[in-house]
Design a protein. Structure first.
Length: 332
């Protein structure tokens, strides 16, 4: 009967082997499974926002970036692009620590929840806006410094327009009203939420000309409870199977059938000179290109859809459809 070696005896044998022999022995026993690296999980950080909700908010703010960048192009007279860099949820204390000093915080109130949120704009971006508004070219990187009172008043209209654009973008998920409250230079004086509160931070990359700048929006999650509940309801309603599709289809068809469509009957066309046009008088006769017994064109949406004969019906001018024209497919 073969003797079974213990683990200690195997280790002793491997110790006396050379490196080549040890490698051959280990390879003969099969590849060793690498140990997985343990990742520390922070139980203090509850995920208030699901991945679907984060994707929804990213789409909302991508729409804001498109509309606000178009506005900045017209105001600054240079190329501007705004892209969403990330949508994160973190403690408010972590958000404040991540902001460089000095910075520019525009605090606004969400009237529906009576909570505060903040639009943070890097000072170099504001300085670039000021230079473009004053007729400069704003070339090269700007040194971060506190914004003066005059510079604040110059960009005040742009910031208010940005908040109105954010409000319009949010209308796709909720009817919220944003009202500008105050301006702050230091994040410690903003205090829109307790330090341990979870906030949603939307970061933007703003490119003005050839320079790239930073901008962000910060919303406390307790201010968005109704919005989050509404998004959850929409998610679960989308997961449930739809019932009564036949009833909905008949309702849609009935509503479409009652839609008014503008119809034009072309009684005829002709060509005259400008001289003849200037000498037209009441009672003059213009000869059209359609004979007396010919059909007139019935146009819907600018296209000829049918042919008909003009006449009188119940004392009113009318056209009796004699032929419906079908669109021929362009495919061979």
């Amino acid at each position: 009967m073969p003797e079974i070696l213990s683990k200690q005896e195997i280790d002793t044998l491997l110790t006396g082997m050379s490196a080549e022999q040890r490698a051959a022995a280990e390879s003969s026993t099969g590849p060793r499974t690498p140990e997985k690296e343990a990742i520390t999980f922070d139980f203090r950080l509850p995920h208030r926002l699901s991945k679907n909700q984060l994707r929804t908010f990213q789409a909302v703010h991508e729409g804001f970036g498109e509309t606000f960048s178009s506005y900045l192009v017209s105001r600054l007279q240079t190329s501007v692009s705004i892209a969403v860099a990330s949508v994160d949820q973190l403690f408010y204390s972590e958000y404040v620590l991540s902001i460089t000093s000095p910075s520019s915080f525009y605090v606004f109130r969400i009237l529906e929840s009576d909570a505060l949120a903040v639009l943070e704009v890097s000072p170099p971006l504001l300085l670039a806006m000021v230079e473009h508004l004053m007729g400069g070219v704003a070339e090269g990187e700007k040194t971060a410094r506190p914004i003066t009172k005059i510079e604040q008043s110059i960009v005040r209209g742009i910031i208010q327009y940005a908040l109105s654009d954010v409000q319009r973008a949010w209308k796709t998920v909720a009817e919220l009203t944003f009202k500008f409250e105050r301006y702050e230079m230091e994040g410690d004086f903003v205090q829109i939420a307790p330090s341990s509160e979870i906030v949603m931070v939307v970061s933007f990359d703003v490119t003005v000309g050839t320079q790239k700048y930073q901008m962000s929006l910060c919303f406390p999650t307790f201010a968005l409870e109704k919005v989050l509940a509404k998004l959850n309801m929409q998610h679960f309603s989308g997961m449930t199977p739809a019932k009564g599709q036949g009833d909905k289809q008949s309702l849609v068809m009935r509503q479409i059938g009652e839609t008014a469509v503008e119809t034009v009957a072309v009684l005829g066309e002709t060509a005259i000179t400008v001289r003849e046009l200037l000498h037209l008088e009441p009672g003059d006769i213009l000869r059209s290109n359609i004979p007396l017994t010919g059909d007139v064109q019935v146009q819907i949406g600018g296209k000829t859809r049918a042919l008909g004969r003009p006449g009188i019906s119940k004392g009113k001018m009318a056209v009796k459809v004699s032929k419906v024209l079908r669109e021929q497919s362009s495919g061979a």
